[in-house]
Ligand binder design. Structure first.
Ligand code: BJW
Length: 234
């Protein structure tokens, strides 16, 4: 059995920023351009589905114009070369981790490249626009297709698997997230209850920086590959 540390990594919008994807809460971020209560709640979708579809259609179309960066690639390399377990839990709905090669990956807030039918519960790979008239390929009904993302007030995906991994990890690393959104913002406490070491890698100190044992601040494309290189040579 490996004695190498088991690592859980939480990523947020900051890891994709240098790939050209807007963050949410930074100056000029997505919530400044599109008020959160108008595009990221179930109530907003019920009230104005066209507006919500437009917001996600724009972001889904943007996927084909961006590439994974050095930070995504470094995490994929860590998963392949580290002797212990490596799990990446991302809050991001982009597909840059998987395109960089990460395989042990959970999209806790869903995926832009998937659609969910609210009539039959089927999930579909989806790279084109959605609208209220789209027919579900599984149940053939129209009107129920939505982006497969987790809005405020909805339950994030695979939480049991995430809590279990946090309870069993030796090292928890949070990368490129402001720590504003729960339950992800609580992961550091859960990891500490398991006596894991905790590390923040972010452009600037996050809301919860003082909860971490260590922190390194700078652009993800610099500090993540450096951290991975140190782990792999230890
Ligand atoms: C760089 C960088 C570079 C920039 N290099 N870094 C009151 C108290 C507590 C909780 C609640 C409350 N009222 C309601 C709640 C719960 C609510 C919540 O947290 N609200 C808060 C606003 C208070 N949460 C929910 O409703 C969640 N569900 C839930 O709680 O269910 C019940 C439950 C309870 C207990 C256990 C389990 C379940 C659902 C949350 C859904 C979030 N959805 C969104 C949008 C959908 C997806 C999408 O459209 O993309 O997910 S919101 C948005 O925020 C998105 C993100 O994934 C998420 C996190 O944002 P992130 O990634 O942190 O981005 P930013 O922009 O905030 O930060 C970027 C960071 O990067 C910054 O720090 C920069 O400095 C840094 N950075 N460039 C490195 N180059």
């Amino acid at each position: 059995m490996s004695t190498a540390p088991s690592i859980v990594i939480l990523t947020g919008a900051g890891i994709s920023a240098e790939s050209g994807i807007d963050t949410f809460r930074d100056k000029g971020g997505l919530w400044e351009q599109h008020p959160v209560e108008e595009v990221a709640t179930p109530e907003a979708f019920a009230r104005n589905p066209t507006k919500v579809h437009d917001f996600y259609n724009m972001r889904r179309a943007g996927l084909s114009t961006v590439e994974p960066n050095a930070a995504h690639f470094a995490l994929a390399q860590l998963e392949k070369e580290h002797d212990g377990a490596v799990l990446v839990v991302t809050q991001n709905v982009d597909n840059l981790h998987e395109r960089a090669g990460s395989e042990n990956l959970i999209h806790m807030h869903g995926e832009l490249a998937k659609a969910l039918c609210t009539n039959c519960g089927a999930r579909h790979d989806w790279l084109v626009d959605l609208d209220e008239g789209v027919v579900c390929p599984a149940c053939s009904r129209a009107g129920g297709m939505r982006p497969d993302v987790v809005w405020f007030g909805e339950y994030p995906y695979q939480m049991e698997r995430i809590w279990d991994a946090l309870a069993a990890c030796d090292l928890f690393v949070s990368i490129g997230t402001s720590g504003n959104v729960y339950p992800a913002a609580q992961f550091v406490q859960q990891a500490k209850r398991a006596s894991a070491k905790t590390l923040e890698l972010n452009l600037e100190p996050s809301e919860g920086m003082w909860d971490f044992d260590d922190a390194v601040h700078g652009p993800a494309t610099q500090i993540v590959p450096q951290w991975v290189a140190n782990v792999l040579k230890a």
